[in-house]
Design a binder for this molecule. Structure first.
Ligand SMILES: Nc1nc2c(c(=O)[nH]1)N[C@H]1C(S)=C(S)[C@@H](COP(=O)(O)O)O[C@H]1N2
Ligand SMILES: [Mo]
Length: 515
C-alpha cells in the first residue's frame, strides 16, 4: 500500500529526543547549590550571568533550550518541561516573562511553584528590561481565526462557543460556520506549503514508525466518509449546575453538532504499520497528539481503545474534510481524528502523532479530566484513578424549539416541539418520549432522520405536535436507544463535580398563547 512512499517507509524505526539532556543537566548542576530555595523568587542574584530580553527571546524552543524570566530571574526550564509533562501547572512562556502567563491561565502564583522555578535559575535579566521581557510576548491568541457571530461565546481565550439550539435543529448536517468550537489553547496555524507538517505513527511494541505528510496519507489510503455527531462531554452542563455548581464551561445544549467527515480509515494505516487485529492487543490503546500545547509544553493528547480503532465497523477516520470542504483551522486543519459514537474530547484536532501502546494515554486529559464520579464525590476527596475515561457516550435528548422560558403561540390548540436525540457507541435512538404533565402521560415524537439500530453515528431530529389547554407547561423529553438505555429523570442523581455527561431529561417551561 505504501509503494511510492519510499522515503516515509525508510524512516522505519526511530526515536527522537526532544531535549538536549546533557546540556540541561550541566546547567542544572551549576545553579543547584543551597541558596535557590532560600532567596526571594525572581530577585537579582549577584554573580550570575546577565542576559538581555533579546537573549531570552532567542531561547524559545527545544533546539535552543527553553528560557523564561520571572521578575529579574532568568531560568532554563528545558529539563523541567521534560520531567513534568502536563504535570505541575507551572505557567511558562518560552523566551519571555512567565508573568503574563500566570494571568492568562488564571492560575495563582503559588510560593512553591516559584521556589520550584528558582531551581532552574541560570542568570539575571538586564536591569530595567523586566517590562521588555513581557512586551516581547504577543497575545498567543492573536492569530486565532475569525468566527461566525451567531455562535454563543462561552470563553474567548481559549475560544469556546456553541450553536444556538434553535438553529441547530434546522439542519441534519450542521453548517461548519455554525458548528460549536471547543479549544483548550490557541489555534495552531499549519502552513502545508512549508513542508513542516507531518503525521508520525508509532507502534510501541513493533518499534516501528511511519511518517507521512498529508498528500502521502491521501494517496496511500482509500478515502472514507462518515456522517457522525460530535458532542462535548460537558454539553448541557449548565442544566447540571442548577443542582450545584460544577467546574467547567457553562454549556447549554449546543456543544454538539452533526457533520460529514472524510478521510482515511485509521484501521488501514495501523494495518500498514503491522498492528494485528487480534484478541491479544484488544485492550491496548491508540494515543493521539495535537499540535496545540499547554503551558508546560505538553501537547493535547488522549487515547481510545485499539479495538475501536481496528474495528472495520468502528469507522474511526483521520479526517481532512468536514462537510465537503477542507477542514477549517477551528476544527483541526489539516487533520483530525473522528471517533464516531465517542465523546468529543477524543477527536483530536491538528493531529501530528499517533502511538499504539499497551496502556492508555497518561495525559492530563485522559487521566485527570473527562471522568464522572458519584454525586457525593468532590474535588477534595476524589481519586481520578478510580474512574475510567469517558469514551462511548450515553443517550441524550434536547428540546431545541421552543426555548426554555419562551412564550409560544399555539396552532389549532397544539404546541409544536422540535429537538435532537443521540446515543453513543453507534446505538440508534429508537424512540423519543415527551411528557407535558411531569411523567404521568407520555407521547411518542416523530423521528425526522433515518436511524439504524447499530453503527448509527448521526443524531436524529424529532418533532411533536401536542394538544394543550394550560397557560403554562413544563415539557419533558427523554430518548430510548437501541439497547433500551434511557435517560435518568433528574440531573441531581447524576451530578458530578466536573459536570460531564449531563443527560437527565431535558425540562423546559413555556408559556402558551391560545390561537
Ligand atoms: N488538539 C486538540 N484536540 C481537541 C481539543 C483540543 O483542545 N485540542 N478539544 C477536544 C474537545 S474537548 C472537543 S469537545 C472537540 C471539539 O471539536 P470542535 O471544536 O471541532 O467542535 O475537540 C477535541 N479535540
Ligand atoms: Mo469537549
Amino acid at each position: 500500500m505504501l509503494s511510492g512512499l519510499g522515503a516515509a517507509a525508510a524512516a522505519g524505526f526511530y526515536y527522537y529526543t526532544k531535549y538536549n539532556l546533557p546540556k540541561v543537566l550541566a546547567l542544572e548542576n551549576k545553579v543547584k547549590e543551597g541558596t535557590a530555595s532560600e532567596r526571594e523568587p525572581g530577585s537579582y542574584v549577584d554573580g550570575l550571568p546577565v542576559y538581555s530580553s533579546g537573549d531570552l527571546a532567542k531561547h524559545a524552543d527545544e533546539s535552543t533550550g527553553v528560557w523564561v524570566s520571572y521578575k529579574s530571574g532568568v531560568y532554563d526550564i528545558t529539563h523541567f518541561i521534560k520531567s513534568h509533562p502536563g504535570g505541575n501547572k507551572i505557567l511558562l512562556g518560552a523566551g519571555v516573562s512567565v508573568e503574563p502567563f500566570w494571568n492568562l491561565y488564571a492560575i495563582h502564583k503559588q510560593p512553591n511553584t516559584l521556589a520550584l522555578l528558582e531551581e532552574y535559575r541560570i542568570g539575571n535579566l538586564t536591569k530595567g528590561e523586566e517590562a521588555d521581557a513581557m512586551i516581547n510576548m504577543s497575545d498567543p491568541y492573536a492569530n486565532d481565526p475569525q468566527r461566525h457571530p451567531v455562535l454563543t461565546i462561552r470563553t474567548k481565550k481559549p475560544f469556546n462557543a456553541e450553536t444556538p439550539t434553535s438553529l441547530l435543529v434546522e439542519n441534519f448536517i450542521t453548517p461548519t460556520e455554525f458548528f460549536y468550537v471547543r479549544h483548550h489553547f490557541p489555534v495552531p496555524d499549519v502552513d502545508l506549503s512549508s513542508g513542516d507538517y507531518s503525521l508520525e505513527i508509532i507502534s510501541d511494541d513493533e518499534k516501528k514508525g511511519l511518517s507521512l505528510n498529508l498528500d502521502q496519507l491521501k494517496t496511500a489510503y482509500a478515502s472514507h466518509s462518515v456522517t457522525a455527531s460530535l458532542q462535548c462531554s460537558g454539553n448541557r452542563r449548565s442544566e447540571m449546575n442548577r443542582t450545584k455548581p460544577t467546574k467547567g464551561l457553562e454549556w447549554a445544549q449546543g456543544a454538539m453538532g452533526n457533520a460529514v467527515w472524510k478521510g482515511v480509515r485509521l484501521r488501514d494505516v495501523l494495518l500498514d504499520l503491522g498492528i494485528k487485529d487480534s484478541d491479544e492487543n484488544e485492550h491496548w490503546h491508540v494515543e493521539f497528539e495535537g499540535l496545540d500545547i499547554d503551558p508546560t509544553s505538553a501537547p493535547y493528547a488522549v487515547s481510545i481503545p485499539l479495538s475501536k480503532a481496528m474495528d472495520p465497523r468502528g469507522d474511526v477516520i483521520l479526517a481532512y474534510e468536514m462537510n465537503g470542504e477542507t477542514l477549517t483551522r477551528d476544527h483541526g486543519f489539516p487533520l483530525r481524528v473522528v471517533v464516531p459514537g465517542t465523546t468529543g474530547a477524543r477527536w483530536v484536532k491538528w493531529l501530528t502523532r499517533i502511538e499504539v501502546a499497551r496502556n492508555e494515554s497518561q495525559s492530563h486529559w485522559q487521566q485527570n479530566d473527562y471522568k464522572s464520579f458519584n454525586p457525593s464525590s468532590d474535588w477534595d476527596k476524589v481519586d481520578f484513578s478510580t474512574a475510567p475515561a469517558i469514551q462511548e457516550m450515553p443517550v441524550t435528548s434536547v428540546v431545541c424549539d421552543p426555548q426554555d422560558g419562551e412564550t409560544v403561540e399555539l396552532k389549532d390548540g397544539k404546541l409544536k416541539l422540535k429537538g435532537y436525540a443521540w446515543s453513543g457507541g453507534g446505538r440508534g435512538v429508537v424512540r423519543v418520549d415527551i411528557s407535558l404533565d411531569s411523567g404521568k402521560t407520555w407521547h411518542v415524537a416523530e423521528l425526522l432522520d433515518p436511524v439504524k439500530l447499530s453503527r448509527q453515528w448521526a443524531w436524529t431530529r424529532w418533532q411533536a405536535n401536542l394538544p394543550v389547554t394550560a397557560k403554562e407547561t413544563e415539557v419533558w423529553v427523554r430518548a430510548v436507544d437501541a439497547s433500551y438505555n434511557t435517560q435518568p429523570e433528574g440531573m441531581e442523581h447524576i451530578w458530578n463535580m466536573r459536570g460531564v455527561l449531563a443527560v437527565g431529561y431535558h425540562k423546559i417551561k413555556v408559556s402558551l398563547k391560545a390561537d
